[in-house]
Design a protein around this ligand. Structure first.
Ligand code: ADP
Ligand code: MG
Length: 489
């Protein structure tokens, strides 16, 4: 952990500046066809209780059998987090009662997790690089779901999720602001998606976080933390931290102390409220599950999984900076989703990479965001965008017309070169034609001409008029040269 407070991120209280300290426990659903200890399907959205084996329903005498694919996915994830993989780990029973937990305990890992310490590196928009420590990653079972709003007198239970494999990824208390926490979850989700170990769909609950927050004066020991349970969107994580930090600062500045407690975030009110205090905290009576042998993985298996990893976001980012000369931040934006990085690489191939990056980040992302689409459903393909850049590079169209061609290709489809040809959008470089336009404007506006002689900035008005008259197609450089000549500048 860094000892020095990142001063820019301190929160102002009424008596002092405060540092926010955040650690996250992220629950990520493992991508696997079957559950952690049974062959039942993990498919989303099935009829209630249609994906439930006798093991998941905890029928007496049923025995769990470890799903090797879930273990491999956890190890892949650990490798992607540059973490230590423990060749021997242990499954424990975490005992508690809950109506949607038919076993009466959750099989989890406690003292010996499958993955130990690792790290996640964040490149923030202001250029700062923050390394967040990973404490551990362990495998555990998900619980079922209680449904309270379908029957006026009964609560119902759906066990489809019961027994689905989760990875719990625990960070060290290394985060110092809501922005950093959001960047961390975004980065973690990106790594998981590249690895294909979790699809990271927060709307389906495949990725959710318990958010631990405390405050302290810079340099002081860690303060008492509160844990906000089960926050299921990146935006809510940010809001929960902002609210909770402010709440704690107010309590302390009013002379009170923070009680260690579990809280809930209410997205409608944007605030956290108490759920249970430490005194009510569970004693889970963990003990090794006698139905399961310790989990052993050979160095050879780990090495094979490592050799098989895809290029991950950090490596891709480094390559983009080195090979394409892009900034770290632009590269970071481009590599967050693998589909976007692939799209960009097609556009950049054989073309000016910075122009390609600008168009992907500004025009494409802007347009996609406007319609709530992602790159995989983009109406404009990488090759179509590349063709527009080629027309621009060849001087066939100006940058301004290129944006129009982008819009037409987006809404109507078609080959950009044909669009330019058929609609007569080619840039006018013919000096005769441009001269004619300029002569016309000059002769009709003697006062503006006089003005331009004393105030060279007034040329802008002529550029605008001539561009308009040419339908935006006049070559800007040629137009400028002709104007300066005719105005005698
Ligand atoms: P538990 O298992 O009881 O929840 P841990 O010690 O494993 O407790 O910590 C859980 C999470 O809380 C970790 O992500 C850790 O980084 C975070 N954390 C621990 N101490 C603090 C603190 N003082 N302020 C903020 N977060 C903390
Ligand atoms: Mg916890």
């Amino acid at each position: 952990m860094t000892a020095t407070a990142r001063t820019a991120k301190l929160l102002k209280g009424s008596t002092a500046d405060w540092e926010v300290v955040i650690g996250l426990e992220v629950h990520a659903q493992v991508n696997s066809k079957a559950k952690l200890f049974s062959g039942a399907s993990t498919a989303f959205g099935g009829e209630p209780n249609s994906h439930v084996s006798l093991v998941d329903a905890a029928m007496p005498g049923m025995l769990p059998v470890i799903n090797g694919e879930c273990v491999r996915q956890a190890i892949r994830t650990g490798l992607g987090l540059n973490a230590k993989i423990n060749s021997k780990s242990v499954f424990d029973r975490k005992n508690y009662f809950y109506p949607d937990l038919p076993q009466g305990y959750q099989i989890s890992q406690y003292k010996s997790p499958v993955v130990g310490e690792g790290e996640v590196v964040l490149d923030l928009p202001d250029g700062e690089r923050v390394t967040v420590g990973i404490e551990r990653l362990h495998l555990e079972q998900d619980a079922g779901k209680s449904i309270h709003d379908q029957n006026p007198t009964l609560s119902l239970v759906d066990l489809n999720r019961s027994g689905v494999a989760l990875m719990e990824i625990v960070s060290k208390p290394d985060l110092r602001s809501s922005e950093e926490a959001k960047a961390y979850v975004t980065k973690l989700r990106s790594i998981l998606r590249y690895l294909g170990t979790c699809d990271g769909d927060m709307e389906k609950g495949n990725l959710r976080a318990d958010v631990n927050v405390s405050v302290r004066k810079p340099g002081a020991p860690l303060g008492t933390r509160c844990e906000i349970k089960n926050v299921n969107s990146i935006r809510f994580i940010g809001q929960a931290i902002e609210h909770e930090a402010r709440r704690q600062i107010e309590v302390i500045e009013d002379g009170g102390t923070i009680d260690q407690e579990t809280r809930l975030f209410d997205p409608n009110r944007g605030e956290t409220r108490s759920m249970r205090s430490k005194e009510e905290a569970h004693d889970y009576r963990y003990f090794p599950d006698p139905d399961l042998l310790p989990l052993e993985v050979s160095e050879k298996e780990i090495a094979a999984l490592k050799a098989d990893l895809p290029e991950l976001p950090d490596e891709k980012k480094t390559r983009f900076v080195k090979d394409f000369g892009l900034t770290v931040y632009d590269s970071d934006v481009l590599v967050t989703e693998r589909e976007t990085a692939d799209f960009f690489e097609i556009v950049a191939s054989g073309r000016d990479a910075k122009t390609a990056a600008n168009w992907v980040i500004n025009e494409l992302f802007g347009r996609l965001n406007k319609e709530g689409k992602d790159v995989s459903s983009s109406p404009i393909s990488a090759n179509q965008l590349g063709a527009i850049l080629d027309l621009m590079a060849a001087g066939t169209i100006s940058g301004k017309i290129a944006k129009d061609v982008f819009e037409i290709t987006w809404t109507e489809g078609g080959e950009p070169a044909d669009i330019v040809e058929n609609r007569g959008l080619k840039q006018v470089t013919d000096t005769g034609a441009i001269e004619k336009i300029v002569d016309d404007i000059v002769s009709k506006n003697p006062d503006k001409v006089a003005d331009a002689k004393t105030n060279p900035k007034a040329i802008g008005w002529f550029v605008g008029q001539a561009m308009k008259a040419s339908g935006g197609k006049a070559n800007p450089q040629t137009l400028n040269d002709i104007l300066r000549h005719k105005l005698g500048l």
